[in-house]
Design a protein around this ligand. Structure first.
Ligand SMILES: *Cc1c(COP(=O)(O)O)cnc(C)c1O
Length: 622
């Protein structure tokens, strides 16, 4: 059984420039962000610092400035975590002891914790099946709690709620909107980066986020009053606020506020900023490669009926670094099996709604006296799976993860006491009409039956195996395509250039409006096929060369339409060894093709199968 061996917890390494700068800071001891000489006066980017040591002491100020250019905010304050950012943001907008603060029920424990830290009382808003704020519930919570004047909107795992609607609702109700962008740096709503839709935005640079400094957070805002508050409260005492670049220019604002603002000592270390700054230039690349890993995995999982992947709203451009999906139609026992078996095979999947998961609201008892009733969120997160997709994973890793998830799921969904072919399948067909009639009338219950008997396990395995033998754009002919089950698996691994051939018109009719095949051909094996010589890069066939359904002479035509060097992947019944395997070997002896793989895959109760891969000889005649 194939296992995945890479770690899901691997953080991104620090660029060399960051490592070197950090070492320099340590050599000089300049780790404190305000380590300037006393006569230092008002640092701005334009003014040159008088020596290299002082230059070194400005890493945090420069990071704040560079971050503000990226997020398009006037003011940025760096702190020691996103949790601290949210805490300071809440204090800045005026949260006082006992104030109600609306927030997502589906988020990370750091969010309600920050609310509690600021003296607030979280009012949890339900999420919907797309993992975003349920607008109806937001409206009803505002109605029930008209005194709630703050909203920490969390873009949990980068899922972006309907910001047009939420901004409207908040404006009308006079609610301060704070955006928790911990997991959505680089994501956009309607062409504008998230973080620009509320009063204050909070970001994280904890190791599992887009920027990695182990710990770290940033506060971004265009409001001078809030910015000045955060700078002072983060730990800028006396005249130290002057050592910020991305700050309000008005010194009076700071002087007036200062006596009223506590110093919570939440500053970011200079060392942290030094490892973060060089990462900024890789952001766009990180975002696009994360999107590629995400797209690849959802494509691989697209062939499974029991997985629901939430889709973003139209105006959203995501910046995903993980995948969330819901299991559909599984019993709780099957869910347990799924978690255990994927984990045994190296694929780490967490379910949000679990008592060992800090993203489950019922585990936040510190934030309520009575467990809130959140039925919608409960029903979604109790089956919501979470997989990290770190940048150390390449396209092959993602396909293997997808393969394992499907392999486990298809095996679990296979019905143990299911008869392989409950409607009866004769072992021997007298005429081709008998074969045609069988498949024509089988069409409507074909897929379900093959899910139930585990045939999908075999198809997933074949399609995954072929990723090692065929390029994505390979022109493939699926022989005996039926209802398209095999091609759906092939599609899911990126093979999109597939044509289908079948004897059954009903099967082809069913496929007509689906985007599985590029072309469909009603043809009969054993006859001369309507294709030119050397037409296809590859031929695939499952469930065809069995039970004497097709004449032995078929192979000759297949060799003719296959390109020299092309691949024929065929699934045979082990029990049919003499019937079909023997003539295949005869062609091997004639040097028409060579066998490059023969491997057993047993999924059905009634018989055993094997995959045989043949490669047509490059030279010689046919
Ligand atoms: C990680 C995370 C936080 C907390 O960030 P820290 O920097 O660890 O405090 C908050 N909200 C969300 C959605 C997160 O994913």
């Amino acid at each position: 059984m194939i296992k995945f061996t890479k770690s899901f917890k691997t953080p991104d390494p620090i660029p060399q420039a960051g490592i070197e700068q950090a070492i320099k800071l340590m050599q000089k001891g300049r780790l404190y962000r305000y380590n300037f000489s006393d006569d230092f006066n008002n640092y701005s980017q334009r003014c040159e610092l008088n020596n290299e040591d002082e230059e070194l002491a400005t890493e945090v100020a420069k990071l704040e400035h560079e971050f503000s250019l990226y997020t398009k905010h006037k003011y940025v304050v760096a702190v020691n975590s996103c949790g601290s950012s949210i805490f300071l943001a809440l204090k800045a907008v005026g949260v006082e002891l006992g104030n109600k603060v609306l927030t997502n029920a589906f988020t990370f424990t750091a969010v309600p914790s920050s609310i509690v830290h600021a003296g607030g009382v979280p009012i949890y808003v339900e999420c919907n099946s797309e993992y975003i704020i349920d607008i109806e519930d937001l409206q009803s919570k505002i109605k029930v709690h008209p005194d709630a004047k703050f909203f920490v909107l969390s873009y949990m795992r980068g899922h972006i709620s309907n910001l047009d609607t939420i901004k409207n609702i908040c404006n009308q109700a006079g609610i301060y909107l704070i955006e928790d962008c911990a997991h959505s740096l680089g994501a956009e709503w309607d062409g504008q980066l998230v973080g620009n839709h509320g009063e204050i935005a909070c970001f994280s640079t904890q190791s599992y986020k887009l920027l990695n400094s182990g710990e770290g957070g940033l506060i971004a805002t265009n409001n001078a009053q809030f910015a000045a508050y955060c700078i002072l409260a983060a730990g800028s005492y006396e005249k130290l606020y002057k050592k910020h670049i991305a700050r309000p220019d008005d010194d009076n604002l700071f002087e007036k506020l200062k006596p009223h603002v506590p110093n919570f000592s939440l500053r970011m270390s200079n060392l942290t900023a030094a490892v973060l700054r060089p990462q900024m230039e890789y952001l766009e690349h990180k975002i696009s490669s994360g999107q590629q890993r995400y797209d690849c995995l959802i494509q691989t999982l697209s062939s499974v009926r029991n997985i629901y992947i939430p889709s973003p709203l139209k105006k959203v451009k995501r910046a995903p670094d993980s995948l969330q999906f819901n299991l559909v139609g599984l019993t709780s026992e099957q869910v347990e099996q799924f978690l255990q078996q994927t984990s045994e095979r190296g694929v780490a999947i967490q379910i949000f709604g679990r008592y060992d998961n800090s993203r489950y609201y019922k585990n936040w008892q510190y934030s309520f006296k009575e467990t809130p009733c959140l039925e919608k969120t409960e029903s979604i997160i109790s089956l919501a799976c979470d997989i990290r997709l770190p940048s150390s994973f390449d396209a092959d890793d993602i396909k293997l993860i997808g393969y394992i998830i499907k392999d486990v799921l298809y095996k679990i969904l296979r019905i143990d006491d299911h008869q392989d072919y409950p409607n009866g399948l004769t072992d021997h067909f007298e005429t081709i009409e008998e074969v045609r009639g069988k498949y024509d009338s089988w069409v409507l219950f074909y897929d379900q039956e093959h899910y139930d008997n585990g045939w999908t396990v075999l198809l997933n395995h074949i399609a995954y195996t072929l990723t090692s033998y065929l390029k994505q754009d390979t022109l493939i002919l699926d022989i005996g395509c039926g209802t398209g089950l095999l091609a759906r698996e092939l599609n899911s691994y990126g093979f999109k250039n597939i044509q289908g051939l079948d004897i059954s018109q009903n099967s082809l009719d069913l496929l007509k409006d689906q985007e599985i095949y590029n072309a469909l051909h009603l043809e009969e094996l054993g006859n001369t096929l309507s294709f030119a010589d050397n037409r296809f890069d590859a031929l695939v066939s499952t469930g065809v060369f069995t039970r004497n359904q097709v004449p032995l002479e078929s192979f000759k035509e297949l060799i003719r339409i296959l390109k020299p060097g092309g691949i024929f992947a065929v699934v045979l019944r082990v029990e049919d060894d003499d019937l079909y395997y023997k003539p295949i070997q005869d062609y091997c002896d004639l040097n028409m093709w060579q066998e490059i793989l023969k491997t057993k895959i047993s999924v059905l109760k009634s018989c055993n199968h094997e995959l045989v891969i043949l490669q047509k000889s490059s030279i010689g005649k046919h």
